[in-house]
Ligand binder design. Sequence first.
Ligand SMILES: C[S@@+](CC[C@H](N)C(=O)[O-])C[C@H]1O[C@@H](n2cnc3c(N)ncnc32)[C@H](O)[C@@H]1O
Length: 329
Amino acid sequence: MSRTPTYAAELRAALSDVVRAVDERELARATEALVARYRSVGPASAPILASEVHVAAYAAYRMPATHAALSRVLGAVADRGVQPRSLLDLGGGTGAAAWAAAGAFPSLESITVLDQVEAALTLGRRLVADAPSPALAAASFGRARAGAWPEEQADLVTVSYVLSELDERQQDALVADAMRRGQVVVVAEPGTPDGYARVIRVRTALLAAGWSLLGPCPHEAECPLLQGDWCHFVARVNRSAEHRRIKGAELSYEDEKFSWVAAAAPGLVESLAAEPSPGRIIRHPLKRKGLVEFQVCRPDGTAGREVVSKKAGERYRRARDAEWGDPLP
Ligand SMILES: C[S@@+](CC[C@H](N)C(=O)[O-])C[C@H]1O[C@@H](n2cnc3c(N)ncnc32)[C@H](O)[C@@H]1O
């Protein structure tokens, strides 16, 4: 959780240039409006990023968090041996998932971000102008609406924090569009019961189409958390002084909760280098003297407690470093 995502500092520097150019009071007002919108439930009747100031507010207040979440998600996908050369980011907005993908996959050569809001794309282009990765600096940002995406193919398709803005029919269509265009599909949502429910719907659709899960689940049986709980993870985001100011926040960090699922097209998983994990850590580990206690989701489709004690030697040392969201050591 305390790991800093690749390119977090570069993204922060790029964001700081953009934010400084916007009137602070307008930015604070737009941030408040976004906070209120993201707390409400249900699809949006009009684009949420309604103006350039809303887009700047989104970039300043949400993008570091969605970037941190996607960095964790795509890091876990990279750990499964996925090495995409091309990325298509649907509903990519200002490019958070593209930044995370560039950090997770040095193999990336081409990046396309598609969104319905021109102002978000314009800001996304400005942010990558001096990006540290050549693929990111050369990323293409194009305007498109869900349901009318261009027929572009990519090794990896990301759908990051988009589904909550769509009704269920549009969500299903977007996932089908992602599957038609990609070899690996990654969907991330806020780590709320609602976001988890949308992720479970996507998981069901991916499995029904014969895709193989790459994570976070170490199995393809029914999710053991369906009754009374929800599968989510956490990424720590360090707040810049500007971030704290526009959010009126005191703490120097925030914890972004997210839910996600990633899957590979039929036949692909057999060619991946890495093995599935022996379990996924689904809560903060309890680290006590001489032992580490985990809540894990297991390959047999159950969830429960695992303890690694000092007697386990090298495994115990790895257990001390393991975090919520990591594979069980
Ligand atoms: C919460 S933002 C997420 C942006 C980015 N993916 C991220 O992770 O930071 C949702 C994005 O979905 C886009 N979006 C929502 N509905 C859309 C639609 N019907 N067609 C295209 N883009 C859409 C919005 O314009 C916005 O940029």
